[in-house]
Design a protein around this ligand. Structure first.
Ligand code: GLN
Length: 331
């Protein structure tokens, strides 16, 4: 690693970082063929599997972007982290932790097995579909748009603009939602839902269909890494306790049934979605060797070719490489 360069914000070191990341993106592009785009939501099939992009935004203003940086994609499961934060801010952390547990399932994101096999009193975590739909049922409001308003407001505060609903993806997801409806009916039967199932599902499909960019994800990651505070002015956007629990859940449950491996080999709190996005929050680290981004950064990745667990295949490998090279792991 580059030694003896304390200030990464100089033009020269910025160029080095850019060169590294460009090379790594070019290399991991070759891994795209090991995965394929999600097909169970027909609209997601339209994504170009060859796309791969990354944005890294540091606390002190240093940032690096590489690859396909301009392509919008939908939040999908990354929205589960956002709605969980909104619900915690609205209802309080202890209420939400009574509503949904914080245990990894070791099962696919859309599995229903744990609900039936174990005598659970609540869904196991807010980052699989059963838990996320339950969290969404706690959002206040009569209509799905009313319920999503605080979600859009939080996104707007974090991003500096109001993102838009991708109506094509929303309709596609709604019209191909047999599994999520099955999960919803199961939750209803278990008495886990706090409000009307149809409106809850409509809200859930919409939250998954909000368009973002890798820059947006990096910005959100940066705020989470900074314990919920806006790094620009120190203002609290997300209460520290909520940011902390969200990062814990990202680390333990954020990559579905690949979460253990991701924590082991990458070691960064992250949340993925089947559109191919990954949101990662790298907290500040104390390192003896001089490394970039030791005061924390947010990372956004987009690579729609997915591995068998539903995570961006090249995106995960790229993150693993960068985390190793720059010692980003929190452990
Ligand atoms: N909208 C998707 C679903 O509910 C989200 C899943 C995901 O991103 N893993 O199936």
């Amino acid at each position: 690693m580059v030694q003896g360069v304390a200030n990464w914000n100089t033009g020269e070191t910025q160029e080095w970082l850019q060169q590294y990341v460009d090379d790594w993106v070019a290399f991991y592009r070759k891994h795209i063929n090991d995965g394929s785009v999600a097909t169970y939501i027909p609209e997601l099939q339209k994504a170009d599997p060859n796309d791969l992009g990354i944005a890294i935004i540091g606390k002190n203003g240093l940032s690096v972007r590489s690859g396909d940086t301009e392509i919008p994609f939908t939040l999908q499961s990354i929205s589960k982290a956002i709605t969980f934060i909104v619900a915690c801010m609205d209802r309080g952390v202890s209420y939400m932790l009574d509503t949904v547990d914080v245990e990894p399932t070791g099962e696919a994101f859309n599995s229903i097995m744990h609900l039936e096999m174990k005598p659970v009193k609540k869904p196991l975590n807010p980052f699989n579909n059963a838990g996320a739909i339950t969290v969404t049922s706690t959002l206040p409001g009569e209509t799905s748009d009313e319920r999503l308003e605080p979600v859009f407001q939080l996104l707007e505060t974090m991003l500096g603009y109001r993102p838009e609903l991708n109506v094509d993806v929303y309709e596609s997801e709604r019209d191909s939602s047999t599994r999520n409806r099955a999960i919803g009916y199961y939750l209803l039967e278990m008495d886990f839902l706090e409000s009307d199932l149809d409106i809850t599902l409509e809200t859930y499909f919409k939250q998954c269909s909000i368009d973002v960019s890798i820059d947006d994800l990096a910005r959100i990651g940066m705020i989470l890494a900074n314990d919920g505070m806006d790094p620009k002015n120190g203002e609290e956007i997300i209460p520290r306790q909520v940011a902390r629990i969200t990062k814990v859940l990202m680390l333990t449950c954020g990559m579905y049934d690949a979460s253990g491996k991701f924590a082991t080999y990458v070691g960064i709190p992250a949340k993925s979605g089947v559109s191919g996005g990954i949101l990662a929050a790298v907290p500040p680290r104390v390192r003896e060797e001089i490394m970039p981004f030791t005061d924390g950064c947010g990372i956004g990745v987009y690579g729609p070719a997915l591995g068998d667990k539903g995570n961006s295949i090249a995106g995960i490998r790229l993150l693993r490489h960068i985390a190793t090279q720059w010692d980003l792991s929190i452990f």
